[in-house]
Design a protein around this ligand. Sequence first.
Ligand code: NAI
Ligand code: MG
Length: 491
Amino acid sequence: MKQYQHYIGGQWTDPASSRWFDTTNPYDGEVWAQIAEGNANDVAAAVAAAKAAFEGEWGALTATARGKLLVRLAELIERDAARLGEIEVRDNGKLIAEMGAQTKYMAEWYRYFGGLADKIEGAVIPSDKPGIFNFTRYEPLGVIGMIIPWNSPLLLLSWKLSAALAAGNTVVVKPSEFTSASALEFMSLIEEAGIPPGVVNVVTGFGKDTGAALVEHPDVAKIAFTGSDISGQKVYESAAKQIKHVSLELGGKSPNIVFEDADFEAAVMGAISGIFAATGQTCIAGSRLLVQRSIHDAFVERLVEVAKTATIGDPMSMDTHVGPVTTPPQYRKVLDYIDIAKSEGANCILGGGPYDGPGAKGSQFVSPTIFTGVNNRMRIAQEEVFGPVLGVIPFEDEAEALAIGNDINFGLAAGVWTRDIGRAIRMSERLRAGTVWVNTYRAVSFTSPFGGYKRSGLGRESGIEGIREYLQVKSVWIAQETSVANPFIMR
Ligand code: NAI
Ligand code: MG
């Protein structure tokens, strides 16, 4: 069986513990590879390699040279998109139908940030102090620790990695213990692109030891984390002890709000894509569907009709729409939430349990599930399920839609479906979320900042804002004459 070692300082390295753990294919439950179980010693070796690269070869490169390497990497990703996509399908259960395009698109992050690398400019400050020249320069932070979840392993890594490398940092990656393979396979492209050894390192293992050791390491300047709010909070608390930089992308419970004047069919498709795409395992899932009461019954009827056409089954088949849940604990969590919703009195009108119909294999399929009669105080309306489970909440008017939409601890995204331009503007201004989509859903790009309000996190990824998260600004003062008038008072 294939064994994946750590990747440290450009070398494939056995785990210090000599321990390995299995990674499975969620579709059939089969173990297909073994992953190195990292501990604090492996993390220390990787951080040392990253620090040496930062202080050495990588740190000496011009921003233009770094940018060229990232553009080269983008080309290699495009060349190998099919191979990389297949690894995600095998390890994660993502749909092959989605992965080909997603992996190709991922290359654009490296191209965008590669191009941006030498366009980060400081300023000459019009100083109020005669005879002193003052300017700012943007500098990398140093070694960045990246902690990645299982739902879109390579894409979410790339959002971070592209910006961090363009800014001149070096990196230690800790992938999810459920989906480590793609990050490791990706290292061959990093090498081929000509990115020097030690610039990107991967240490695999579990969150509570490998992940925690990375957060605690004193030479790690920043942690970039995507995952659950619970783990994100632990990371934040731990990083606070050393006043580390932190960015957190912590998921959500996003309202997808349909008004009676919306394009009915487009809104139905938007609601479906918001919750059943990627088997509902996306941080931006539109898992709270708010529907104006006047169209509620007709909308729900059509929603069920379309949801029933979803082909469930082998993620490796181009015809599949909904695949398995990625991890066994996640499978149990989704089923638990279905039970919770039922016990709270929500009305299950589709699915409502495990799926064992045509196409099912293994034991991680959940039926696409829709609950009506949900009120916003129920746990199914307030907590992130991260699965194909939708709660429908009726509302009377715009004011009530806004009140319900914002009555949540999270704030990652929101959707609005309306033909009224004034309402579109009002809603987009008043919804407390880092992304608002009007008459579309699930659009993201390397060009546009992405991140959370409230408990959905801190910081932004992608767009010009994305690179700022990996830089710090320095103010430099240079006196034209060296005399110091009075050394005892501030200049
Ligand atoms: P998690 O948040 O526990 O794991 C994410 C990453 O953090 C993994 O690499 C994990 O090893 C690491 N990690 C966990 N605890 C850590 C710690 N104390 N210190 C350092 N690193 C740590 O997410 P998990 O267990 O994979 O899924 C649990 C729930 O998280 C899901 O049910 C879902 O609700 C949510 N989730 C949200 C995602 C998002 O994109 N916002 C992505 C994946 C999961
Ligand atoms: Mg796996």
